[in-house]
Structure formats: structure tokens, C-alpha cells
Design a protein around this ligand. Sequence first.
Ligand code: PAF
Length: 278
Amino acid sequence: MKTLRTIEEVRAWRSGENEVGFVPTMGALHEGHASLIRRSASENAATLVSVFVNPTQFGPNEDLAKYPRTLDADLALCEAAGATGVFTPDKEMIYPPGFRSWVIVDELGDRLCGASRPGHFKGVTTVVAKLFNITNPTRAYFGQKDAQQALILRRMVIDLNIPLELVVCPIVREPDGLAMSSRNRYLNPEERKRAACLRKALAEVEKLHKAGTRKTSILRPALVTILDDHVDKLDYAEIVDADTLEPLDEVDRPTLVAVAAFVGSTRLIDNVILGLRA
Ligand code: PAF
């Protein structure tokens, strides 16, 4: 596995490969990232992982400074999962002095997580567009845990004619259902136990939906009741059209049920799709 530190090194490495799968990350890698890397390694001759804690997707009061940085462990995980290259740019390389250009996906970036994290998706789309331009991958892999991110990036790829296939992979969970996340390591043991309630609340909605309940005026309170009992602060619990993120009265199309909540001071997200799509 090759460690690539500069854009020039990545371009030289890329020119020797026909087919590249790309897994962009912010490091602090876990089994969820490993599943993306393994999927890429099974579908592409070469797999490149980027590790870059992107400052522009953090708000002023968010966890940029304390975001976990675990590069040695990350490199070991990448290699074990089948990556053949890892790109570890520094901040100045991605945002050189005078940087002024941004990629914005209208509207989709203002809802759900975008409503409580203004500017977050502008930072994500900009850095991912840059990374796509630098790495020129055949396929790019993202996790369904960040459902809104995946939706916005798919829109960006279509709208900007970016020539790659975007692959969204299933959420990887701990045995008690908690979705894997780099932020789970902030949770103390008591918070960690309570954090499983996000999945429990979503499972309750899935159960009601399977039993035939379609009205979101019934489904949403079921979601909120379980969350309110366990989390310290609910950020949002929404039942929305899986393509437009518009709120729904009835689950009559592919539907995204998405939650974000603080357990202690850690903000966790999770989601499930109801309806036609698996
Ligand atoms: O999902 C993430 O880890 C980040 O948002 C991404 C896609 C690597 C962009 O910084």
C-alpha cells in the first residue's frame, strides 16, 4: 500500500492504474469504513482512501479541534481492508491561500443536518468535488449512515457531469444496533448504552410501517417518544421523501426516516429507508 502525500504523487499513482475505487474519509476509521474499502477492493483493481479532516465542514462550535486523529491505526485498517493507496493531504494543499471557490447543492443541503449545521454540506461537496478532481476515480464509496450526504453527493455528480459511479453501502452496526461512527468514541459507558436508542426508535417505526401504519402523524411521535426518553437533546426526527427530503404526511413512496440527537455532548445520526427501496 502506497502512502501519497501530495496531489502530484496522487496523479502520478493514478496514471499507472486503469480502474480506481475511491473511499474519502476523515480518518478515525472503524468497521464501517473497512466495509467501504473492502467493497471497493472487490470491485476495482486499485483502491485509494483519503484521510483528511476537512475544516470547512465543521461549524465554529463543533468538534474540529478534538476530532479524533489516529493515522497509524487508520493506515493499518486501510491495508488490512485491501486499500492499495492512501492520500493524506494537509490543509494548505486542499485550501491554498486565496481559496474562493465552492460547490453548493441548492436546497438539499439546507434541510435535516443542514438546518442545524449551516454550511456543513457546502464544505462536504466542495472537498469531495476537489478530491474527485484530484483522484479521478472510476467509482466512489460512501456510507448510508450519512444518508443526506450520499443524496447530495449523488445530485452533485449528476449535476456537474462528474464521470464516476457513486456507490452507497449499508450501515454497519454494533451488536446493540448503534451505527458505527468515529464520534462513538466520545461516549462514556453510560452514554454508550443510551446511544442504542437511535436504532431502537427507528426499528419501532419500521415495525409500525410493516404492520401497515402509513400516517407520519402516528409514526413520528413513536420515534420521538423513544428518543426523548434516552437522549439529552433531540436535534431532529424527520420522515421525508427519500429523494427530495420534503416532509411527508403519508409513507406512500421511498421514505427516509432520519434522526439526529445529542447523547451527552456527542451528536449522533442514524436513519432507515421505508417503502419501495431496500
Ligand atoms: O463522510 C465523511 O467522512 C466526510 O463527510 C467526507 C465525505 C470524507 C468529506 O470530508
